[in-house]
Design a protein around this ligand. Sequence first.
Ligand code: ATP
Ligand code: MG
Length: 251
Amino acid sequence: MSRIYAIITQKGGVGKTTTVNALASAFSKQGFKVLAVDMDPQGNLSFSTGADSNLPTVFDALTGAARVQRCIQSMPMTDVIPSNILLTGAELEFTGKYREFILKNILQVVENDYDYIFIDSPPGLGFLTVNALAASDYVILPMLPDIFSLQGLVQVYETIQYVQKACNPELEVAGILINKYRRFSKLHREAVGTAQMVAENFDIPIFDTFIRNSAALAEAQSLQCSIYEYAPRAAGVRDYMKLSQEILNSN
Ligand SMILES: Nc1ncnc2c1ncn2[C@@H]1O[C@H](COP(=O)(O)OP(=O)(O)OP(=O)(O)O)[C@@H](O)[C@H]1O
Ligand SMILES: [Mg+2]
């Protein structure tokens, strides 16, 4: 049986796509069968994994234009369902009663083929993100150690509660993931302290593993190669491997 993780936050540029890419690679490297699903019309995950967004995408699977199996591409670091800008039309396309469950329905067809499925989502808490949450067992919330990310946590928490009530009572918060962390920054240490208080208040965990700021992560993605091939010893790359162990131990 697969474990499905949605990586969400309404804030842009905090590391959602990087986390999906890195965790998919980390679990693949450890011998697990992994699928990464790009639910962001920006298609950043599709690009960084080297998937071809001109072939059938997640939008085709959602609309039923293509069977979901036909939308899966086997890339060196992971299997991928890519996306492209057409996915922006999904919200207008689906207006029916069970619109939150469209992704869940298509993943059900293939989930037994995988140990882990990671879903990348766009910034925001709209239709695509709600579909990702409705399809998932767990949610990971990446955040930067700054005040704007902290402010966003309240809205994210409310969205998760809505989804738990309305469409997925089994959904669990795996944890808040502190990204781009600089240990020697007083500001970062203070923001993490505040995040810990907020998380305790909401009764949601923070991963013990923090992801350090690491240029190699951005470089590997722009070169479309696995972070473990590109710079296995870089701080951020080791942190993601450690995070995969933390997730494995909690399963
Ligand atoms: N730990 C890190 N160290 C250095 N750079 C990072 C780190 N994490 C992410 N980045 C870089 O920061 C940028 C934003 O990250 P990413 O694209 O993963 O964010 P996102 O939350 O998916 O953004 P969006 O909301 O636009 O989808 C990218 O260029 C990425 O390579
Ligand atoms: Mg992204």
